[in-house]
Design a protein. Structure first.
Length: 158
């Protein structure tokens, strides 16, 4: 494992991935995806290391990170709650899910609870339109969610 700034450590697998991709077309997005897969977000220190290893200005890397909504620049909670705001979910009142989750956890949108246990974000689409409204927690999908079901779903992760 390699030591990086701010006590961030890249796994040997991530280091090998960067070496494999650093000269290929489209490398930056692939590398950033792999970093986010490993850390759950793209830490600034990791972006700085990628800039040096790939020979890309840090400003370019942040341009990519800020353009694509998939990338996260802040560490999510242990259990990241994503509420779909795609058309089908929005029409089935997914905004109410965000409000209820926020109320139950005292958690504003795009924030993390003080204990680091939960984070809440609105996402564009999770691809489960037939199950609208949909929310996910840690990759687990919950469909046709009602306001009354939210406490039980959250309790599963508490």
């Amino acid at each position: 494992m390699s030591e990086l700034k701010e006590d961030i450590v890249f796994s040997d697998g991530l280091n090998a991935f960067i070496e494999e991709w650093k000269k290929k077309p489209g490398n930056l997005i692939m590398i950033l995806h792999k970093i986010q897969e490993e850390f759950g977000y793209v830490p600034r220190a990791a972006a700085e290391v990628v800039a040096k290893r790939v020979g890309t200005p840090l400003a370019t890397i942040y341009g990519v990170l800020s353009f694509y909504h998939f990338f996260k620049l802040t560490k999510p909670g242990k259990h990241n709650i994503q509420v779909c705001m795609g058309t089908a979910c929005y029409l089935k009142n997914s905004e109410m899910l965000i409000e209820e989750i926020g109320h139950l956890l005292g958690l504003p949108l795009n924030e993390i609870t003080e204990d680091g246990k939960f984070s809440l974000e609105a996402v564009r689409c999770v691809g489960c339109c037939g199950l609208a409204p949909v929310m996910t927690i840690g990759g687990e999908v919950f469909g046709k969610v009602t306001k009354d079901q939210i406490p039980g779903i959250i309790a599963k992760f508490s």
